[in-house]
Design a protein around this ligand. Structure first.
Ligand SMILES: *Cc1c(COP(=O)(O)O)cnc(C)c1O
Length: 375
């Protein structure tokens, strides 16, 4: 029996990073925006062809938390003030936690067949809603133009939680090429990883300046450590940047290979979809998706399928989830009609898809799935 893990992070050989890490330890400069983090930010900017300045963070959730907080300040709210934020329920809990930790109220929204936010189901907007946080689940970026138009019409700030979408493209460019407020996660489970890590960027210079200060306790000057805002320490460490710099070197090749594997998955699952056994995620218009996991929506509750896959050595994940049904969030906040979210939440399963998957592994996974539906 073959064994296929849910994710398979690719990290550089220790020999490739050992000199840099050693120099870092010897110098004592292991954090505080030292040379490797600065280099990483500059490499990210070049790789992603960014016009905004990329800012490294300790993880994706804190990048999102900090970006939301910076916009809240810019809109003139103090921490103790509040407003409402549109967010899909179908996401990772971290998205909503970052909103709530800013003393803001989530308003849960439904999704469409793309599994991303369904704008057409958001009808009359309460005047207390000031922000929208669309999520690029599984790397499926939302249509940036459509969201921007919607936000402009309704006077909302848009912050894209593209934590799982590093490497995905919109109209032929990485999403961060565009002047948007956006974050990524570089967690070990993501397609591009620094072990733990994240980044944020904004087209607003004042937001960028705010973020630079806020990730270092809010210190605007270092002599006395005076602060201009109550920032949390959310800096990236040097070791993460060293790994990021190394991983970024051949990331284009990794992406290319990953897209080929994703195409094989698409061909295979299209056939099963035609037979009526499952539904696939519809990729949004103008998007090339890197597929963080390959989600399928079964016709039934997923337990039997999960058991079948596990019994054959293939790990699968019940992911993403309907956050409004999680213990902490249950019945606490406003929501629009969440029909599709509720309909799919127990039927959706994420299959592993690795950037360096062998043909043998791919065939084994397909065969195991075929077997489930033929019985
Ligand atoms: C992974 C993920 C996060 C969390 O990122 P971390 O780097 O682990 O903090 C947040 N939101 C979404 C949608 C994610 O997929």
């Amino acid at each position: 029996m073959m064994k296929i893990n849910i994710v398979k992070p690719s990290f550089p050989d220790i020999l490739k990073i050992q000199d840099k890490f050693d120099a870092c330890l010897r110098s004592g400069l292991v954090t505080n925006n030292s040379i490797n983090v600065r280099e990483f930010e500059s490499h990210l900017g070049a790789f992603l062809k960014m016009q905004d300045q990329p800012l490294a963070f300790c993880n994706g959730e804190m990048a999102l938390y900090s970006l939301i907080q910076a916009w809240k300040r810019k809109l003139g709210y103090s921490f103790h003030d509040s407003f409402k934020v549109l967010v899909p329920s179908f996401t990772f809990s971290g998205t909503v936690n970052a909103i709530v930790a800013n003393n803001l109220f989530p308003v849960f929204c439904d999704i469409d067949e793309s599994l991303t936010i369904n704008l057409s189901k958001i009808q009359t907007l309460d005047e207390n809603i000031k922000m929208i946080v669309p999520v690029g689940v599984y790397g499926n970026l939302v249509d940036i133009q459509k969201v921007n138009d919607f936000a402009e019409e309704n006077n909302l700030i848009t912050i894209f939680d593209n934590a799982p979408a590093f490497g995905s493209k919109y109209k032929g460019n990485f999403s961060s090429f565009y002047p948007i407020n956006e974050i990524f996660s570089f967690h070990a489970t993501k397609v591009f990883s620094t072990m733990e890590g994240g980044m944020a960027h904004s087209p607003e210079t004042s937001i960028t300046e705010d973020l630079i200060i806020s990730r270092e306790f809010g210190q605007y000057e270092k002599t006395r450590g005076d602060i201009s805002l109550p920032g949390l320490n959310t800096k990236m460490q040097e070791i993460n940047a060293i790994i990021g710099n190394e991983n970024l070197k051949d990331f284009n090749l990794i992406l290319e290979n990953r897209m080929k594997i994703a195409n094989q998955y698409n061909d295979f699952f299209q056939t099963i979809e035609k037979n009526g056994n499952l539904k696939r995620m519809k990729i949004n218009d103008n998007v090339e998706c890197t597929y963080l996991y390959y989600p399928i929506i079964l016709n039934e509750e997923a337990s039997n399928f999960v058991q079948h896959m596990n019994s054959q050595g293939i790990a699968v994940r019940r992911y993403y989830t309907a956050v409004h049904t999680l213990k902490y969030y249950m019945n606490k906040y406003d929501s629009f009609n969440l029909d599709l979210t509720n309909f799919i939440k127990d039927k959706i399963v994420s299959l592993p898809i690795h950037s360096d998957m062998s043909q043998e592994e791919i065939n084994y996974l397909f065969k195991t799935i075929q077997h489930y539906f033929n019985n």
